[in-house]
Write a protein that binds this ligand. Structure first.
Ligand SMILES: Nc1ncnc2c1ncn2[C@@H]1O[C@H](COP(=O)(O)OP(=O)(O)OP(=O)(O)O)[C@@H](O)[C@H]1O
Ligand SMILES: [Mg+2]
Length: 258
């Protein structure tokens, strides 16, 4: 096994393993920087499977996923896309921010995510049935969901869906200590700062401060930044441009940090 650290939150590691054992696709939801990508990388190590990541966006076509004919030196040859390669190799295919993709691009996943576990490459006149080791995992942040960007129920209901959230304070502090070289007192203060901001009313204006932002602040402190400086540049400034809100957040931070 590799050496990537993952701090479990609830039962997500066991659920992921059980879904993998039953060859079911998994959907992870949760706010930015809460550990979705880290969990998938960790599970790749635990299950000893390669992780093929595809970042979804609204120009993504089904050909970008499954492949296309390409001209190479006068010959026209079929070239597998990353999804097809992951299926053939028995890898974990990870579609990040899957809500960003258009419905018609995702339609190709339907036969792959039910009992058929099969990819129909119509244009290549090829059918690829997934080996047992193949697993499809998607993630998205529900906070960005708008009526325009909604996954179809027929898509959502194919997945074992694990709703992730931030770790409790003690575990989040442990992550900071292992990701950056800071002591437990500093880690607890940073987590306290984030928790206070997450609980503040102003938080309705923006995404709550992420574990990722806290890790960055911890790394800045580890090489000499003061706690307030690190909070300013890694936690507060990325949250909001609104002066009055920023002032309120700075007061919250100052009450928690040295
Ligand atoms: N449970 C955890 N165990 C270990 N590290 C964690 C955990 N949660 C968050 N982290 C730390 O926070 C960082 C950000 O987490 P990650 O990249 O997994 O977020 P994400 O949920 O994928 O966010 P996004 O939606 O923005 O892609 C990680 O690189 C890691 O340092
Ligand atoms: Mg991610």
């Amino acid at each position: 096994m590799g050496n990537l650290m993952y701090q479990p939150n609830q039962n997500e590691v066991a659920l992921f393993k059980q879904a993998a054992e039953q060859r079911l696709p998994v959907m992870l939801t949760g706010p930015t920087g809460c550990g979705k990508t880290r969990l998938i990388e960790y599970m790749g190590e635990v299950l000893q499977r390669e992780v093929v990541t595809i970042s979804c966006h609204d120009d993504l076509t089904s050909a970008d996923l499954v492949g296309r004919f390409m001209v190479t030196g006068g010959d026209v040859v079929w070239t597998d896309g990353p999804l097809t390669r992951a299926v053939k190799d028995g890898a974990i295919c990870y579609l990040d921010e899957v809500v960003e993709a258009r419905h018609d691009s995702l339609a190709v996943l339907h036969s792959l995510t039910d009992h058929r576990r099969t990819l129909y490459l119509d244009r290549a006149a090829e059918t690829v049935t997934a080996p047992d080791r193949f697993m499809l995992v998607c993630s998205y942040n529900p906070a960005y969901r708008s009526s325009l960007k909604e996954l179809k129920p027929s898509f959502r209901q194919r997945f074992v869906t694990v709703a992730m959230n931030f770790l409790d304070p003690e575990r989040e502090a442990r992550v900071l200590m292992s990701e950056a070289n800071i002591d437990d007192k500093v880690a607890s203060r940073l987590v306290q700062c984030a928790t206070s901001i997450r609980n503040a009313d102003a938080v309705f204006h923006f995404e709550p401060p992420s574990t990722r932002a806290l890790v960055s602040a911890a790394k800045m402190i580890a090489v000499g930044a003061s706690e307030m400086e690190a909070a300013e540049v890694c936690i507060l400034a990325p949250l909001t441009n609104e002066g009055a809100v920023a002032d309120g957040l700075r007061e919250i931070a100052a009450a928690c940090l040295l």
